[in-house]
Design a protein around this ligand. Structure first.
Ligand code: NDP
Length: 270
């Protein structure tokens, strides 16, 4: 027989999680701060009522919202609320001290992908992932409870930077009447080529061998200055290129002008 599962939080993601559990044949109880019903599930009036299930899945906006709700009545806690590695570790400590089995997970997907193999659910701590395979493909990233959150923020950081760069580009092109439809295929191709350079860059950050015959930091600092200037001349915000320019320029001032872009990590690590 299948386990009983409760979902705390029926926001965009929590609703998708609860629906996926119903689809998989679990007996699902839901609780949301603002009372909501969901077809195929039982509504709990309080979190305590939801803690009677074998497994409790939480998906609230923040740890600050979640922490006050948790009690040692929970048997197994599968925590899918986004947070920092520190917050995840503190919750793991709390769980251990209270006899609650704990899985910390992060969802690398949008709600529409939940229940498909495209949804990667990174989890850390215990290798037993309980109900996570109902949501997508569980990927164990290590024993330390903080690791899933670390991977999550690292990957999202790449996404936010790339999306910010893309929006700056769309605004710049748009200021001259070029549409996203015209420009985006080139952007996608370029982003894929840049992605292919990451393994080598990663290696340089380890060996600290920043010698380059490709492109020196000097030329990239000048380029970022040009992008910031062009953005301003077109009447656009230049926060993104200015922020990168100031970071790259600091690396240049600290002696990395002739080095590869990978040398900027020396400034970030400080
Ligand atoms: P929503 O804003 O859609 O939902 C937020 C949920 O948190 C609601 O159920 C809300 O309840 C609840 N909540 C907020 N504050 C409190 C509180 N003080 N006490 C009790 N409940 C509270 O967010 P999402 O569902 O999109 O996101 C939920 C989590 O999933 C986040 O940690 C997010 O980072 C993560 N996630 C989301 C993704 C996405 O694409 N949406 C992708 C990957 C991860 P109420 O209805 O009463 O306001």
């Amino acid at each position: 027989i299948k386990k009983t599962v409760s979902v705390l939080g029926l926001g965009r993601m929590g609703t998708a999680l609860a629906n996926a559990l119903v689809e998989e044949g679990y007996e699902v109880t839901v609780w949301n701060r603002t009372p909501k019903t969901l077809p195929g599930t039982t509504r709990a009036n309080t979190p305590e009522e939801a803690f009677k299930s074998d497994v409790v899945v939480t998906c609230l906006s923040t740890y600050e919202a979640q922490q006050p709700l948790l009690t040692n009545d929970i048997k197994v806690l599968v925590n899918l609320t986004s947070g920092t590695p520190e917050q995840a570790r503190a919750t793991a400590e709390w769980a251990k001290a209270n006899g609650v089995e704990y899985v910390d997970g992060v969802i690398m997907a949008v709600p529409q992908q939940i229940g498909t193999p495209q949804a990667k659910i990174l989890f850390s701590g215990n290798e037993n992932h309980h109900v996570l395979d109902a949501f997508g493909e569980p990927v164990h990233v290590g024993e330390d409870a903080g690791l899933a959150a670390l991977y999550d923020l690292a990957l999202l950081g790449i996404m936010w930077s790339a999306f910010g760069g893309y929006l700056q580009a769309v605004a710049l092109m748009g200021s001259e009447g070029i549409t996203p439809q015209q420009f985006t295929p080139m952007a996608v191709g370029f982003l894929n080529e840049m992605g292919a350079l990451l393994p080598e860059m990663g290696e340089e950050t380890q060996t600290k061998d920043y010698e380059t015959d490709v492109s020196a930091l000097d030329i990239n600092v000048s380029g970022l200055h040009l992008l910031a200037e062009a953005s301003e001349q077109q009447g656009l915000d230049a926060t993104i290129p200015q922020a990168l320019h100031s970071l790259f320029e600091r690396a240049q001032r600290n002696g990395h002008g002739a080095h590869s872009i990978a040398s900027v990590i020396e400034e970030i690590r400080k």
